[in-house]
Design a protein around this ligand. Sequence first.
Ligand code: C5P
Length: 222
Amino acid sequence: QKKLSVAIDGPAAAGKSTVAKIIAEDYSYIYIDTGAMYRALTFKALQEGIDLKDEKAVADILSKMKIELHPSKDGQLVMINGENVSDVIRTNEVTNNVSFVAMHSLVREEMLKRQRQLAIEGGVVMDGRDIGTHVLPNAELKIFLRASVEERAKRRHEENVKKGFSSNYEQLKQEIANRDKLDSEREVAPLKKAEDAIEIDTTALSIQDVVRKIEDYLEERL
Ligand code: C5P
């Protein structure tokens, strides 16, 4: 059977990683969370106390970082030079700074190289913002997930509450909207639906509905 490359893009908190993980598992494909790579770099840059606007300094940190993504029982393990950073890359501080790191072209060039390398043998589900447009322009299946900002903030809020984290819906909504704006308006590889991507509005759909739709498209291409 063919091993396809599946690109899943969309705005923040649209459910990309949730569905990508399930699809990867169903087909024994590799799941690659490219957002986690930008988050890992942001975490490291904050830790080193450098100015995130300093493109060269940020790119220099990346050049010294080995970023590994491994499947694990609760989704995936993210490691920087062998250190487990899976949780610390999800803090508000990282979330609210990652778009500033992700706008640098030196950073994106290096990430693109690494991401293509990870996908070289096919059989991957990769999620992000520029996968269909830049990283995997030849992916056999490209999906662009949308949902209203209210619905996305609500889902994230409920997730936080369930995990016992403090959470504020209005603030989440504002932060998600800000991040989308930064990611959509940057010059290099902005968040954008690829011409040949299939758009799915998940606002009124369950996770299982979205997975089923994408897997139907995948089956057509096998
Ligand atoms: O997917 P996630 O929300 O974890 O992504 C975090 C951030 O990483 C995004 O807001 C964006 O700034 C950046 N990103 C990107 N390109 C990708 C994936 C993520 O610029 N392919």
